[in-house]
Design a protein around this ligand. Sequence first.
Ligand code: IPM
Ligand code: MN
Length: 393
Amino acid sequence: MSDHRIAILPGDGTGREVAVEAQRILDTIEAHTNHGFEQNVISCGGQHYLETGEEWAEGSFEYCRDDADAIFLGAIGHPGAILENGDLAGGSVILGMRSGLDLYANVRPIKLYEGVPHKVHGKFTQIWEPGMVDMTILRENTEGLYHSLLRRCADRALGRELYEPPEMTFPGLDGEVAYDPRPISANGTERLVRMGFEIAETRNGAPADGIKRVSCIDKSNVTRGCQLFRRTFDKVAANYPGTECDYGYIDAFMQWITRNPEHYDVVVSSNLFGDIATDLGAVLQGGMGMAASGNIGDEHAFFEPVHGSAPKHAGLNKVNPIASINSIQMMLEWLGRRKGVDELVSIAGLIDDSVTDHLKDGTALTYDLGGDASCSFVGESIANRLSTKLSEL
Ligand code: IPM
Ligand code: MN
């Protein structure tokens, strides 16, 4: 029996519903294998803040840092839940962990499964062929335009004094001015880019030509931070001569991933650019309901669906649980590699096979993919497929 301690942070809105489906996958694995999961469910987020005055109970951050082997987060964000200083209530959870646990890479795979349509203009169509879209975007996760807020959220989680950027004046600007510094460091970029090249080693190259390729996406024609980002990219890339380097500006990149997603294999970008690009990326894979992610550092990681709390759908049992199920897939792969337990990596592969079979079958899809199946029905049916595969092991 190998036991893994997992913090489950359901958070707000639909995060609570999809967390149940993530847990169902862990329960299924536990029922059929020697892997046990001690699941510690921690209430947190904006709604928890409105109810209790805290973003999460004292000691929660420390549990995630010191005790959990891995963390699952549903979603953070509740209407009206804002802290006194104007920051997002629940930020200590999502941004506090990103910064406070030094989770420098936000890894967001974008893969189009067979049977998944695209909803564009209110119609379900097949715009990109499955097999054309299979890339992983790495978004820097601890600095850039988020830096001040990330820092404050980590300060709250760690009980430190809150950081505020220094007062500044800007020549030519009068009246009230708000600004967000966007620090980009060589060290922060280097570790992100290195992880990008390492991930490229494990993949099959770009769908178009099978070439292993890492694309550096920035705005180095305009900002100094991006110039440093690109210089650092080149420095790291020199250690990976077998992988092709590719470059793009973020604005042009938005067009290219829409027109030629098959060109992309691994993409590295700074924090806000990666945030924006991965929402468009989600469209290529059938929408936010399909978008999984891992916030990964050298010591810790948390895994979350990209879709957020979607308050208007909350409590209706209708959102797509696949983003969460695939986040669990990423968690098991990470945990397996970290602990040197190959079986967990294989089980992650079986989750992927179960999702693939479910989507190919196409009879039970949630509303975002053109069906009317419920969140729990889809979660159960993928878990059942996984059960069958695990019992055949
Ligand atoms: C994401 C989200 C978050 C972000 C929000 C909830 C702070 O949009 O994970 O992409 O901007 O990073
Ligand atoms: Mn986002």
